[in-house]
Design a protein around this ligand. Structure first.
Ligand SMILES: Cc1ncc(COP(=O)(O)O)c(C=O)c1O
Length: 395
């Protein structure tokens, strides 16, 4: 009846939507979500900041604004990326986006023509796959190990695909695996981007949420050729409902993306930009981030304890030093969606690994969320999951 464009996904392809729907039944303990802990949203502080913005800049905040974002907020972002990531950037290098998801979308729109090659981690963030797919990307998956994307494999892929339009990476506490890439690999990554003259989109929503180990400098901090575009977000350290993210890149890239952003939404919500800027003036955001990290660290540990106690012994899992997810591999499983259904019968849910793979999925993999899991539910949920896995493996 309607002739949708080729960008629109075909009916029945929203596998994750179907999974989340199935997992929404209240009797199910669901590790399938991907949300930050709402009990730590700084509601009172935001309320105060909002009141102050209305009192002091009400008219400006409610007016149309600049496509690149509110200057004071862009300055604040620059200060933060310098302090946290050792990225030296100027105002011309930074733009505010409507969630960091929009940065992925704008970069996809600007760099990917139908049929272009995009290199991605195997597995990777599924909404990024959806974005690049909507622009007609041909994916080439680059294998990972416990330390993230393998650089020898990346170089091979770059040699085999000189037409590569973009490389996409999540080096910190990756969604879905929780893996983190060490500094040496990041340095090599930036060198390969320069050598093969290919843009890299470094997506870092989780880097600040570290509860163990040492901070690792961004890929961007090793980038002397201007090939790396660095993006992050306030979603995980303040609240996702604001839809506030940013991108740091070469000014020529920022200029083009600004034009595309104007077509998409003219600019990001002005009021929210003023409120977050004000919130930073009045609050110790680093202390707040530490509180979030401590809570997620505690929940992650409960997950690891439960997995050790209840999962069959040959099941593999990651033990992240930060972020919101861990990744499980169950050897011997051939159909993860079938496994998901069996787990639902035990009233427990996860996100099957399949949609995180651009190519052939690795069977028996799935993602577990812990950031938004109440502590008393974690052990009960993992016990159910362990029983379901044991039964599935015996069958
Ligand atoms: C890897 C990754 N990138 C980007 C995003 C988008 O975040 P937001 O648009 O809220 O900034 C997410 C959200 O979960 C994510 O996991």
């Amino acid at each position: 009846m309607f002739k949708f464009s080729k960008r629109v996904p075909a009916d029945g392809t929203d596998a994750v939507g179907a999974i989340l729907k199935a997992a929404a039944d209240p009797k199910i303990i669901s590790f399938a979500g991907g949300l930050p802990a709402p009990e730590l949203f700084p509601v009172e502080g935001m309320k105060k900041a909002t009141d102050k913005v209305y009192a002091e800049h009400g008219q400006q905040a409610l007016q149309y604004g600049a496509a690149k974002g509110v200057t004071e907020l862009r300055e604040l972002i620059l200060k933060r990326v310098k302090e946290k990531e050792n990225v030296d950037a100027k105002l011309e290098n930074v733009m505010v986006t409507t969630g960091s998801e929009q940065a992925i979308d704008l970069v996809g729109k600007a760099f990917v023509n139908p049929g272009d090659t995009v290199l991605v981690e195997e597995p990777t963030y599924l909404c990024a796959l959806d974005v690049f797919r909507s622009y007609g990307a041909n994916f080439v998956s680059v294998p990972m190990d416990e330390d993230g994307m393998k650089m020898d494999a990346l170089e091979e892929a770059l040699k085999a695909h000189p037409e590569t339009a973009l490389v996409y990476t999540v080096p910190n506490f990756q969604n879905p695996t929780g893996r983190t890439m060490p500094a040496e690999r990041r340095k090599k990554f930036a060198e390969l981007a320069a050598k093969y003259d290919v843009p890299v989109l470094e997506d870092n929503p989780y880097g600040d949420i570290r509860f163990a180990g040492e901070h690792v400098p961004s890929v961007k901090s090793f980038d002397h050729a201007g090939k790396v575009f660095y993006m992050s977000t306030f979603s995980k350290i303040l609240a996702p409902g604001f839809r506030l993210g940013w991108l740091v890149a070469d000014p020529k890239v920022i200029e083009k993306l600004t034009v595309l952003k104007q077509s998409a939404d003219l600019h990001t919500d002005n009021l929210v930009q003023y409120v977050v800027t004000e919130f930073f003036k009045e609050n110790d955001v680093d202390a707040h981030v530490k509180e979030i990290s401590d809570l997620y660290g505690k929940r992650k540990q409960l997950m690891i304890d439960g997995i050790k106690k209840y999962f069959p012994k040959d099941v593999k899992y990651t033990d992240p030093e930060g972020g919101m997810f861990l990744w499980v591999e169950v050897p011997g499983v051939t159909d993860t969606v079938e496994l998901f259904k069996q787990c639902l019968e035990h009233n427990v849910a996860f996100v099957p690994g399949d949609p995180f793979f651009a190519g052939k999925p690795q069977p028996g993999t799935f993602r577990l969320n812990y950031s938004n899991m109440q502590e008393d539910q974690i052990e009960v949920g993992l016990k159910r999951l362990g029983e379901a896995l044991s039964q599935a493996l015996e069958a």
